[in-house]
Design a protein around this ligand. Sequence first.
Ligand SMILES: [Cu+2]
Length: 360
Amino acid sequence: MHVRYTVFPLLALLLILGDDLPAQERWSSAGPAGHAPIGVMGDHTHSAGEWMFSYMFSRESMSGLRDGSSSIPIDEAWHHYRMLPLNMEMDMHMPHIMYAPTDRVTLMAMGMWMDHRMEVRMEDDLMAGHGHGHGMVHSEHDDGHGHGFHNMGHSVSGWADTELSALVTIHDRNRQRIHLNLGVGIPTGTVTARDDRLVEEHRRLGYPMQLGSGSWEARPGATFLLQTDRVSWGGQSMGTFRVNENSEGWRRGHEGMLNGWAMLRGSDWVSPGLRVQARHWGDVSGADPALDPAITPENDPALQGGSRVSGWLAANFQVPSGPLAGHRVALEWGGPLFESLNGPQISSDWTLNAGWEYSF
Ligand SMILES: [Cu+2]
């Protein structure tokens, strides 16, 4: 864990030192440093007539509970709840298409297929068929109040929300470029996922397990790019605003995200880089009447928001020539440097992003 705190500043210092800035050229997306680390969306534009197809796999691993910036032991939180998350894995498969009708405008469509897996500690009484002699539940423990509990896994998979966006370049000179990210989120993901093994009145799964927001979303943003001989720098701010309350009577909180990155130039096949991301997301407003907040913090609209600053190590690869020219492969790994959650809420450990891109 502590390796992060020394590696990131050292690499950042290295990038800053060997740098100078000759002007009078245009910013270029060519080469492996021409794209941001793979986890940044809408970082680059294309020239007129160009297409790009890409696929990204992402896995986020989470465990432990946090309230504010401090972690809380599960046995302490267990005094207040009947079900608590122990760990969670979120996998995402994201196909993504870009097309530029003109040099100024690039259009983008992204789909997301997600798989959420969560392990919870749960009171035996929440299990359907409990007490009817079905033998489904074998208590491993007793919480001291006469309630047995055990561990159980939930999983939900399917398409999450879809994004359509337009990237519009508004400034492009002296190797600096600014484009606007004008995106719309389409509510294609479910907000009614459930687990039928639970007792009937508690089958609906909590807010973090639902794949979608159920709301139309405005996703405005702006991206700033700057290139020197040694480094491609980038910064992006992005918001997600949920426009309407969804069919179940709630709305995810608004989100703001800032990204800053640096990719080392100089090689025509590989570029190592760094990224820092800050993200803040609000609580749920309204509430799903099928979710009882007394059972688990996952069901509580007021315990969904938080802030996180994460650091990332990235590497972009490109095939410069030959029959595979135009193919890129990229990897990125990161985790929280700082995290504050409206908790008890499950805490993030690390995220791995891996992707393939092909443009022609
Ligand atoms: Cu692209």
